[in-house]
Design a binder for this molecule. Structure first.
Ligand code: FAD
Length: 524
């Protein structure tokens, strides 16, 4: 006899109570105790439409039956010490998952990463947070695990069809992520757990014969009409060397502006693409909980609540992005002289703040004032806003901000609410600092949001600039089936920086897909 699948509801207080779960299964499934053996939770989500409850999909085994253990994906890894080599530039989710996939397929990955390993990277993050010093090679975007390491670690994606997301989730769990990510509808790891997961993935890559070189940066390439001949890499000591391999995966993320310029110098085709830009808005978490759960105080076991808001203003989407309940706003600049913010959270999501990117879609036709920059129009637009914000500040990473109500009314705030942003905020004329095409839409957008979510529009929220690195403003084209660049046979654009992913999980899946394409080509 096989298992029975059942959808049940459980009150938050009973979430970790096995007896209550059994009672709920018997009652809601109209089952007799003699028919119910092991119960496994397969899926879990919060339903806050009425009084908040957990909705669980459970599988029930007949008494005496046991579930056979699953074969771990990591058991498929092979020793690749002597296998053909593939160079991967960038040790973000795309690069790391590409490396693990290559190891499974029997190819040897060599990862080149400009930043430091997760441990050493912490010092660079402290320097940004406390002293406003941005290291262009080691920051919230650059270093082991890429932008995904000190991030929020939300793992859901809208692009499930793009790859094997379950495999990516299982590999994260096999490398130390909480097993809950396998059942939660909105899985989340948290930036206190991610560094360990990333370090364990590094260990797997090294154990099976791969190579990872931190503090090594791609600076030049040699090409013929059809191929990359070699890459020129510089190490921390400033020594340059030539690197050759069967194939080159470029997974350098959306903030490696030098890499786009390198490709451009070598006449390697790229395309401008739409992206989004705006601000990060931070509310007290208790207020968001009150709105979403309709409870004065959030019930035990309920997660910090989130929201997702979208509207249309003057033909452009205005939407919340990368919401971090119980999170922190962080300085995500990758070069001195700019201010970029983003959001992250710890696994418990227990900070008193809720923050979310609130951005306006930027279409190619909006970039006319930057047309002289050609394919770099979007990138230069991003940069100009980031630099304007920096100039409005005091030379540190203090971020320009306004109360939400003042922002919408085009006023400078006389004081600002408390914030999670460690470098601090500086009250500023946000309505003047943002380009008018962005500001006017955000101004209307937040008013629309307040109609959808009563209580959202409050003077207790901070509007912080700039949320500019939502996605890449540039795409590096590739063949749909072979994933090869149309100009160069052995160049494989990959991940968010190439324009094929928007988040940790989609970047990871893209890395896996690209590795499979490389394998098909290299072993042909
Ligand atoms: P990246 O992660 O950007 O990695 C690229 C790597 O390439 C970097 O490590 C960089 O140092 C390296 N590199 C660049 N140039 C060179 C060079 N010349 N030589 C050598 N190495 C180079 N996404 C989610 O899905 N959920 C979240 O909760 C979430 N929260 C986030 C929070 C923050 C603070 C930030 C910054 C991002 C967050 N994101 C989140 C986005 C997510 O991190 C990215 O979408 C994802 O990391 C992209 O993966 P990637 O591998 O394509 O590129």
């Amino acid at each position: 006899m096989g298992s029975t699948i059942l959808e049940i509801k459980l009150s938050p207080a009973d979430l970790h109570n096995e007896e209550a779960l059994r009672r709920a299964v018997l009652r809601q499934g109209s089952l007799a105790p003699a028919d119910v053996g092991e119960i496994h939770v397969e899926r879990r989500s919060v339903d806050a439409r009425g009084r908040p409850v957990f909705r669980l999909r459970v599988s029930i085994l007949p008494p005496g039956e046991e579930r056979s253990p699953e074969t771990p994906y990591s058991s498929l890894f092979k020793d690749v010490s002597d296998a053909p080599e593939v160079v991967i530039i960038g040790c973000g989710p795309a690069g790391m998952f590409a490396a693990l996939e290559l190891i499974e397929l029997g190819l040897r990955p060599i990862i080149i990463e400009r930043g430091k390993d997760v441990q050493a990277r912490r010092r660079s993050l402290r320097a940004i947070q406390q002293f406003g010093e941005v290291d262009p090679n080691s920051n919230y975007c650059f270093g082991e695990g890429g932008a995904g390491t000190y991030s929020d670690g939300k793992l859901y994606t809208r692009s499930l069809k793009r790859g094997n997301y379950l495999k990516a989730l299982h590999l994260l769990a096999e490398h130390g992520a909480q097993p809950d990510i396998l059942i939660d509808a909105h899985p989340h790891i948290g930036s206190n757990k991610l560094p360990k997961v990333v370090a364990n993935m590094r260990q797997s890559i090294l154990d099976y014969g791969g190579d990872i070189r931190f503090g090594h940066r791609l600076i030049e390439l040699e090409r013929t009409k059809e191929d990359i001949q070699a890459l020129i890499i510089t190490n921390e000591a400033g020594e340059d060397y030539r690197l050759t391999a069967s194939a080159y995966i470029f997974a350098t993320g959306h903030s490696a502006r030098d890499v786009y310029h390198l490709l451009h110098r070598h006449d390697i085709r790229m395309e401008a693409k739409p992206f989004a830009l705006g601000v990060r808005i931070e509310h007290p978490q208790a207020l968001i909980d009150k709105i979403q759960y309709r409870q004065e105080q959030r019930e035990e076991n309920l997660p910090a609540s989130s929201y997702k808001l979208v509207t249309q203003v003057k033909d452009r989407g205005v939407f919340s992005f990368c919401m971090c309940p119980g999170g922190l706003v962080v300085p995500a600049s990758t070069a001195p002289g700019e201010i970029v913010v983003n959001g992250m959270s710890l696994s418990r999501r227990d900070s008193p703040y809720a923050n979310s990117g609130t951005v306006v879609a930027v279409e190619l036709e909006d970039l006319k004032p930057f047309a002289k920059h050609g394919v770099f129009a979007g990138l230069e637009f991003q940069r100009s806003v980031e630099q304007t914000m920096f100039q409005a500040s005091d030379g540190s990473q203090r971020a320009p901000a306004a109360r939400l109500t003042d922002f919408a009314n085009g006023r400078v705030s006389s004081s600002l609410p408390e914030t999670s942003y460690i470098p601090g905020l500086i009250s500023s004329p946000m309505h003047e600092l943002l380009p008018s095409s962005i500001y006017s839409r955000l101004q209307q957008g937040v008013k629309d949001f307040s109609r959808k979510m009563k209580g959202y529009f409050t003077e207790e929220a901070n509007v912080i600039g700039t949320e500019s690195r939502t996605s890449s403003p540039i795409r590096i084209p590739r063949n749909r089936e072979t994933f090869q660049h149309p100009d160069l046979n052995n160049l494989y654009p990959c991940g968010e920086g190439a324009g094929y992913a928007g988040g940790i999980l989609s970047a990871a899946m893209d890395g896996q897909n690209v590795a499979q394409a490389v394998f098909k080509c290299v072993v042909r």
